[in-house]
Design a protein around this ligand. Sequence first.
Ligand SMILES: [Zn+2]
Length: 456
Amino acid sequence: MKNEQKFRNNMRFSMGFFVTLFIVLMVYMGYSVIKNGAAWYATPYNPRIANARQNINGGAIYDRNGVALAWSEGTTRKYHENKSIRRACSHVVGDIYGKTIGAETTFAKYLYGLEEDVATLLEQILSGEETGGQGQDITLTIDAALSEYIYKKMEGRRGSVVVLNYKTGEILASVSILTFDPITVKTDELEDSALVDRATMGRYPPGSIMKIVTVSAAIEQGLDPTYTCTGSDIIGGQSVTCTKAHGEQNLEEAFANSCNTYFANLSIKLGGSTLKKQAEKFGFNKNFDYSDFTLYRSNFEVSSEEGDIAWAGIGQYNDLITPMHAALMAATIANDGVMPEPRLLKRVDGSEVFHWGLDKSTKVLSQETATAVKQMMGKVVQSGTGTSAAISKSTVYGKTGTAEYMENGEIKNHSWFVGFLGEEHPYAVAVLFEGAGYGSAHAAPVAADIFEYLIG
Ligand SMILES: [Zn+2]
């Protein structure tokens, strides 16, 4: 009897154990599907999408103002008649041949009628019926006219411009050049990188826009040293130079003038691990699992060498960032220290998209620190390296960057500007021109034009 009782107890225990295990597994699977389902689904290699494109009248893709960017007439996909609008929006809209990952692929479940509830899907599987008919229309957050304006401003350059509403996270423009025309992408002879969305996949050294991270760490640590810049300094055996001798500088002045020797020494004072932690708060070394698109990871490393830490603190060494992430950094400062989740999908079939609590906005800095950095970014445009980003109608806050890289054994410079307007016009921008030279001379004036356009 006693043994039998023991056996029953053991059985109960193991049943309970397996039931628990089963529940844990099911919850985990459910969680994975909710978390990753869209990403698993939205690859250009999903044969179900290609198949659906043959059988279903695809939904239209509209910009935020109702301008039709893509729609279907029978099995033919049509696009906006204006070629520069098509080319300006091509990376965001994508193509139907699976060459790029734009809305055509990411939101295929809506456009090609594949977004069904589980019961309908099960019914279709059991009855062997394929879905057919009409896909749903979607509205994106982008503004086609703004995108075209930016595209024309970028003429003759390579790079990317991103414009965000920093309060809502809506992406108003995400332009990447080289680009392509979705109508002729299948037959055109394109340079390979034309299909790469530089805004989300292009990883560039940030140069001095990285000082936003470094200065925020200094503010949090209560560091505001005075240092006299003579135009160059040897740190850990490596030579760090400025464009000129800036003389005696405090934190605010050094940020406004983008003094490299000051920030290199400041980086050593902060130390590699503090800098790395701060960069990671801003999203470096992290996979961004955003709902509406894939954003490549940014990189921040330090070594035990002082020279490497100094260079990392001023946006060189192995630092890498995408233009989209750079815009999000500016948005974080503008938005009281909260990095908004960037959004691309505004409406599905006329209904506002409900993100069911999966919003991925993150608190990066305290409001006090963000406000202090914002004031310093105001000084950059008022009297520092960013004066060419200033406009008459509103206060501009920003940071320039000139990021060195090697091309065919030659040192070249990427031109950067990130910035934003005050809350009455909640826009943040990132401008990156590949190999163009100084950020103050090339990227900053284009940012000014974009701000003027946005205010209207
Ligand atoms: Zn200096």
